[in-house]
Design a protein around this ligand. Structure first.
Ligand SMILES: [Zn+2]
Length: 109
């Protein structure tokens, strides 16, 4: 299970990268993201055995977060929507219910 990622749509992420690196080809960025996503969905893993970090793999090649960044855990890093869960696992359909604590304060009489 991947933790610490912020889900982002492929086109949003492409915009984000394109803003950072305007010399890149936006269409190619999208292609790379979708390619990395499809590899992830097929169950492909990093050489070290970890799950692929799709957002990073789009830029750095198929690998996991740790191998790409050298950091142990992501902290508010982006990950492509639908790739935050294990492939073939919970999936996108089973969105978490937004549970709001429903505390009503009743004035004491
Ligand atoms: Zn790795």
């Amino acid at each position: 299970m991947k933790k610490g990622f912020i889900p982002i749509r492929p086109d949003e992420f492409a915009d984000f990268i394109f803003e950072e690196c305007p010399d890149l080809n936006r269409a190619e960025i999208v292609e790379e993201i979708l390619y990395a996503k499809s590899e992830y969905k097929k169950g492909k893993r990093c050489d070290c055995g970890e799950e692929i970090w799709v957002a990073g793999a789009a830029l750095a090649g198929i690998a996991c977060f740790k191998c790409i960044t050298g950091q142990d855990e992501p902290y508010e890093d982006f990950e492509i929507e639908g790739c935050c869960e294990p492939p073939g696992g919970v999936g996108e359909k089973n969105n978490k219910k937004q549970e709001r604590p429903n505390r009503r304060r009743r004035p004491r009489r």
